[in-house]
Structures are given as structure tokens and as C-alpha cells.
Design a protein around this ligand. Structure first.
Ligand code: ATP
Ligand code: MG
Length: 389
């Protein structure tokens, strides 16, 4: 008898080669993130073998695997019907302790030479549980819990209880993207949602040394450690010093445009890095209307500087939803630390909220040292690697 997790994923819309690719990635990610004894594929399900590992530690790491719809705890048993009865009864007792009063047994016989077919198994095991737990009733249409039985050629899986996870797609199936990671609350959450759609992330943060200190770097790396839990191959983080670009803009462009111009510089540098690492999109934590940088016209003026697709996973979110998600994934406490990403001294007193793109381009054209300073900043990039731990 061996403990296992029975994993279910949503395969809706996944057919043929796509489905194979999805399953392969999911299994690979489970091996790297959960680090179990072994993983086996069954039709429409994945069996994670706990082996000698601590089941609680493995279960804790399961929630970092994007693409899992739900899972059950269970056992892999020999072809021994008495053993199946005994374990099924124990699992049913655990469910009854939670207050559930109705159940059914759902057996599947993948191995056709087993003497009992699925209907007979349902009856046999269901009857045994019913007889041994007073007050518990069978409800085949709407049971409060199910005991699952899956008969395979070499073993029988018995499981119960469903715990729901984030669903989505396995990290990596959608390719790679570059997350613009600030020290704020929003961008780490945006990164989480991007990963849930199967994107593998790298991050890029602009700092303003020496006004920003080592504490800001540490804060960004702490955020990276949270994101890296979901990334089977760990996280590559980029940090670029933007101070000289910011100073140049501050001194040479109208104050009201400095914010947009800085953001446009960030976008161009982000494009340089993204191209190098073969990222196909840029992700931001932008959301409509919260601040001057996030009016529709300003967002368009910023995006105009990017030739790569810019995705904004939080566009439909309320601040409260974003904050709750940040708390749930564990980035909130890090984000509210006071260490800033970019120096406030460079923020305009009265930023334009409606920037005309032609006007912005005209102003930018006159900043003849700008592209060189951007390239110098790009060359000063530092890189950190965070392992999946
Ligand atoms: P956040 O909470 O993510 O900081 P915000 O509400 O502060 O967002 P903005 O300051 O307008 O909003 O930033 C919008 C987005 O631009 C951020 O979510 C992030 O993706 C990107 N960004 C802003 N500043 C930086 C920075 N210093 N380094 C990298 N990306 C940044
Ligand atoms: Mg911010």
C-alpha cells in the first residue's frame, strides 16, 4: 500500500498533439516543483507517488503547479478486494468526520481482466461502507462525497475528497514573457496570472541607484522568490539602473511629460532584454484609471514605445481583488515594505493625464542623447537567478 495524489486537470479544448504537450509539461512541472517519488499518466489523470517523502510537504508544493484543477489523496493497492474494502472504509470514515452524510462509489475498470466490473465494484464496496458506517446513506445523483476506485493492470487506486487548485495551464506551454516587476502590489499579481495562463516568466525591474539602496534589491529578490515557486526551472531576474535616463529626461523635457517619457524608455529597454531572452510579450501590472500613468491615452503612449505585445492581466481587477490575491500568494507583505523601486524625485509634480502621442514623439525626438543612455542602462543590467525551492 502506497500513498498517492490523484491529479485532475481540465482538458477542455485540448485535443491530439496539444493535449499530449499539455500533459507532458504538467508531468514535467510536477516532477520539478513537487519532487515526488514518481509520476504516472493515466487516461485523463495523473498519479503522483509520494514514496518515502513527507506527504504534507508534497501537498504544500502541489499548489504551486499551474494547470491542476483538483486532486484527491489516495492509495495504490494490490489487486486485493479485501484491502480495497478496508481502505475505502477508512477514507469514508474521514469524510464522515467532516460531517458528510451521503456518498457514492465511482469505480472504473481500466483493466478488463479484473473479476468485478465497475457496477459490481460500486455495489460491493458501496455496500460494505454502508453496512459499516451507521447513518451514512447512498446518493448516486448528488453525493456529498465520493470514493473513487480505479482498477489498473498492476494496482488499484482508491481515493476520496477533492481539493481545488488554481487550474489554468502548465507553466511553459504558452512560451516566455518578461514581467515588468516594480516593488508595488500589482505587478507580482499580474505575474501570477500570466503564469496561470502557461507563461514562463523572467522579470525586469528598474531602480534608481544610489537613491534606491540594497534594500530595494532585496525586496525585489524576495518577490522573485515567491514567483519562482511556480516556475519549474526557476526565475531569471533582471535589474537595470535607470537613474541617468531619468535625470536626462527630467532636465531636458517638459515636466508634465517626464513620467510618460520615462515609461517609454522602460519599454524600449524591456524590448531589448525581451528580445535577447526570446520573450514574446511584456507583462505589466497596469490597471485602468488608478493613477496618471494609467489613463487610456497614457497607456497607449507608453505602449507605443514597445514593438512587442504588452499584456495587462489585471485590467479588469478592483484594487481589493488584487490586494486579496497578493495576500493569498504571499507577495503583499513584501510589497508593502517601504523600499521604493524608482526615485520619487523623478516623478513630475503634475503629470499629463492625456498625452497626445504626436506631441510626445516630437518631444522625444529632440532628446538626442536618450537612446544612447537607454543602451548604456541596458548594458549595465544585472541578472539574478532564483531556483525553484
Ligand atoms: P504596481 O503596484 O505594480 O507598482 P502601480 O499601481 O504602482 O503598479 P504604476 O506605477 O503606474 O502603477 O506602474 C504600472 C506598471 O508599470 C507596474 O505594474 C509595473 O508592471 C511597471 N513598472 C512601474 N515601475 C516599474 C519599475 N520601476 N520597474 C519595473 N516595472 C515597473
Ligand atoms: Mg508602483
Amino acid at each position: 500500500m502506497e500513498r498517492v495524489f490523484v491529479i485532475r486537470y481540465s482538458e477542455i479544448g485540448l485535443k491530439g498533439k496539444n493535449r499530449e504537450f499539455f500533459e507532458k509539461k504538467l508531468i514535467d512541472n510536477i516532477l520539478k516543483i513537487v519532487r515526488p517519488a514518481a509520476v504516472n499518466k493515466r487516461y485523463g489523470r495523473i498519479i503522483v507517488r509520494i514514496g518515502r517523502n513527507d506527504p504534507n510537504a508534497l501537498e504544500e508544493r502541489l499548489k504551486y503547479v499551474m494547470g491542476i484543477q483538483n486532486y484527491s489523496l489516495g492509495y495504490a493497492l494490490a489487486h486485493d478486494i479485501d484491502e480495497v474494502k478496508k481502505v475505502s472504509l477508512e477514507l469514508a470514515k474521514l469524510e464522515v468526520e467532516k460531517g458528510y452524510k451521503t456518498f457514492k462509489v465511482s469505480a472504473q475498470r481500466g483493466y478488463k481482466d479484473f473479476p468485478l466490473n465497475s457496477i459490481e465494484l460500486n455495489r460491493e464496496i458501496g455496500g460494505y461502507i454502508y453496512e459499516n458506517i451507521p447513518g451514512l446513506k447512498v446518493d448516486v445523483h448528488n453525493p456529498e462525497f465520493e470514493i473513487g476506485i480505479d482498477v489498473r493492470e498492476k494496482e488499484i487506486f482508491v481515493f476520496s475528497g477533492k481539493k481545488y487548485l488554481s487550474g489554468g495551464l502548465p507553466v511553459g506551454v504558452s512560451g516566455r514573457a518578461l514581467l515588468l516587476l516594480s516593488g508595488g502590489i500589482d505587478s507580482p499579481v499580474a505575474g501570477w496570472y500570466a503564469m496561470r495562463r502557461g507563461l514562463e516568466l523572467q522579470t525586469l525591474t528598474f531602480l534608481s541607484p544610489p537613491m534606491t539602496t540594497e534594500k530595494s534589491v532585496q525586496k525585489i529578490l524576495d518577490l522573485g522568490r515567491v514567483l519562482a515557486r511556480y516556475l519549474p526551472n526557476g526565475l531569471r531576474m533582471w535589474i537595470v539602473p535607470l537613474t541617468e535616463v531619468q535625470m536626462y529626461i527630467k532636465e531636458n523635457a517638459p515636466d508634465e511629460y517626464s513620467l510618460i517619457l520615462q515609461r517609454r524608455s522602460m519599454m524600449r529597454i524591456a524590448n531589448m532584454i525581451a528580445r535577447r531572452v526570446k520573450a514574446k510579450a511584456i507583462i505589466t501590472g497596469e490597471n485602468l484609471g488608478q493613477v496618471a500613468s494609467q489613463t487610456l491615452t497614457n497607456m497607449a503612449a507608453i505602449e507605443d514605445a514597445s514593438s512587442l505585445l504588452v499584456l495587462r492581466p489585471l485590467i479588469g481587477f478592483d484594487k481589493i481583488e488584487t490586494t486579496n490575491k497578493a495576500k493569498e500568494i504571499g507577495t503583499f507583505e513584501i510589497s508593502i515594505q517601504p523600499y521604493i523601486d524608482s526615485c520619487v524625485a523623478f516623478a513630475p509634480k503634475k503629470p499629463a493625464t492625456k498625452s497626445d502621442i504626436n506631441e510626445i514623439r516630437k518631444v522625444e525626438e529632440k532628446l538626442d542623447e536618450l537612446s544612447d543612455l537607454e543602451y548604456q542602462a541596458f548594458k549595465k543590467r544585472e541578472s539574478y537567478r532564483i531556483e525553484n525551492a
